[in-house]
Structure formats: structure tokens, C-alpha cells
Ligand binder design. Structure first.
Ligand code: PGA
Length: 263
């Protein structure tokens, strides 16, 4: 395993709420406002806070963030890699940039499993997001079957390798990777903090092999899968874990604020 733990303190933790297909734009506005009352400037200094609402809520959330000058990053849950054209139902990187979106989730396991996204498609999205000046949150993770048959490292390695194909070392260093064991998503069953730390350490070593030690020390790697106010502190106590991608527990401002203030 690459000895990059010394860089750990230099990496600012990042907590991202993935709202999935929840919240109308009206509900989204309420949650952001409530969240902003719960968080202080010290919270934002200590931890980067990102919200990934549905496409239909991006504009509304952006307006609240701008009007109240909130240091909250805006993220999208998906993107198409082409610049424009006859792609009914798709959203381009530029459309997101113009809404002040700075993060885009690429290759969430729900997109991979339910909508047939391949490693190659995820790689195209990662590159398109970077080319547009945004930061990808690239998701990787194994199924329960793969974990039980000892294939976690092999699966995640394949996804990392393919996802970073053609991405420059400098770009890799600025990215966010989310390690999300599929069996832990929305199930209430989280990986033990030690297991998550070990796999994230493995991912960091893979990144070192692909892009070099410096980007590996810089890249922020989140854990995702049933993160809640009650388990976040133990997860964040692990040296390799730089934050969380939070689904269910990010929908309510109180819970997500507690997660951001895990310490
Ligand atoms: P969960 O989802 O926190 O509801 O398990 C995490 C995710 O899918 O990003």
C-alpha cells in the first residue's frame, strides 16, 4: 500500500448529499434553507459541503446558495458527455456549468445497475466533466456476491483503472472518488469503518500506480453506503476516508447537518 497517509491532513473532508430522485424544487429550497441555519462558518471551514439535487431542482438550489452567499457546493447526479445535439432527455456539461454546478456524480451504482452505464461510459463522463472545469465524484464499489467471493479489490481496481483512462495525473489529484459497496447502499447495512478504510487505502494505492504518488495523496476518497449521524464519526476517524457520499440521511437538513458536524 502506498504510504500517502502523511497527506491525509492536507485533504479537506467533503460531505456530499445525493438526493437521488427525491424532493421537488420547492422541498429542495426548504431543505437548503434549513441546512444553512444549522451550519456555521466553522463547519464550512472544516468540511466542504456539497448538495446534489435532481436536475429539476438545480436552478432553485443555486438561487438560494447565491442569494444567501452559502459556501455550499452544487452538484449534479449525472451528465451526458456530448456537448450538444440530438440526445433527447440528456443534459450537457455546459448546461450544468451555467447553473454554477461544480461537482458531478459519475457512475453511481444505481446508474450502472439500473441504467446500464458501463465503465467506458463512466470514463467518458469523467473526462467531459473535467473538460468543462467541474469536479467528478466517480463512484466505484462491489456487489455482495463479489465481496463474499473475495473480488472486492479486483472489481474496484477495474472500475478505477477504466474510469481514469486518459485523465491526466493533475486532474486525478483534483477529483473525488466515492467508494460505495453496493450492498451497503440504502440497506442500513454499512461496511465496518475498518473495511471501508482498507478498501479506500487500496484505491489510493491504485491511483498511485495509475497517476503517481502526488495525485494519490491529493485525491479525496469518500465512503458511501448507509452513512448516518450515528455512524459517521467512526467512519471519519479512519485515516484514509476523506468524507462521505450520503443518500437517505442527506434528505433531512437536521440529519445532514449532524453528519457535516460529525466531530
Ligand atoms: P445511502 O446512499 O446513504 O442511502 O445508503 C448512498 C449513495 O447511494 O450515494
Amino acid at each position: 500500500m502506498a504510504d500517502v497517509s502523511a497527506g491525509q491532513k492536507a485533504r479537506k473532508p467533503i460531505m456530499a448529499g445525493n438526493w437521488k430522485m427525491h424532493h421537488t424544487h420547492l422541498e429542495a429550497i426548504q431543505v437548503v434553507q434549513k441546512l444553512s441555519y444549522r451550519l456555521s462558518s466553522e463547519d464550512y471551514e472544516r468540511c466542504e459541503v456539497v448538495l446534489c439535487p435532481s436536475f429539476t431542482s438545480l436552478r432553485s438550489v443555486q438561487t438560494v446558495i447565491e442569494a444567501d452567499k452559502l459556501p455550499i457546493g452544487l452538484g449534479a447526479q449525472n451528465v451526458f458527455w456530448e456537448e450538444k445535439g440530438a440526445f433527447t432527455g440528456e443534459v450537457s456539461p455546459l448546461m450544468l456549468v451555467k447553473l454554477a454546478v461544480s461537482y458531478v456524480i459519475a457512475g453511481h451504482s444505481e446508474r450502472r445497475e439500473l441504467f446500464g452505464e458501463t465503465d467506458e461510459m463512466v470514463n467518458k463522463k469523467v473526462k467531459a466533466v473535467l473538460a468543462a472545469g467541474m469536479t467528478p465524484i466517480m463512484c466505484v464499489g462491489e456487489t455482495l456476491e463479489e465481496r463474499e467471493s473475495g473480488q472486492t479489490a479486483a472489481k474496484v481496481s477495474r472500475q478505477v483503472q477504466a474510469g481514469l483512462e486518459g485523465v491526466t495525473p493533475e486532474q486525478v489529484g483534483g477529483m473525488v472518488v466515492a467508494y460505495e459497496p453496493i450492498w451497503a447502499i440504502g440497506t442500513g447495512r454499512n461496511a465496518t469503518p475498518e473495511d471501508a478504510n482498507e478498501t479506500i487505502g487500496t484505491i489510493r494505492s491504485m491511483v498511485a500506480g495509475i497517476a503517481g504518488e502526488a495525485p494519490a495523496a491529493q485525491v479525496r476518497i469518500q465512503y458511501g453506503g448507509s452513512v448516518k449521524p450515528g455512524n459517521v464519526a467512526a467512519i471519519m476517524a479512519q485515516p484514509e476516508i476523506d468524507g462521505a457520499l450520503v443518500g437517505g440521511a442527506s434528505l433531512e437538513a437536521d440529519d445532514f447537518a449532524q453528519i457535516v458536524r460529525w466531530a
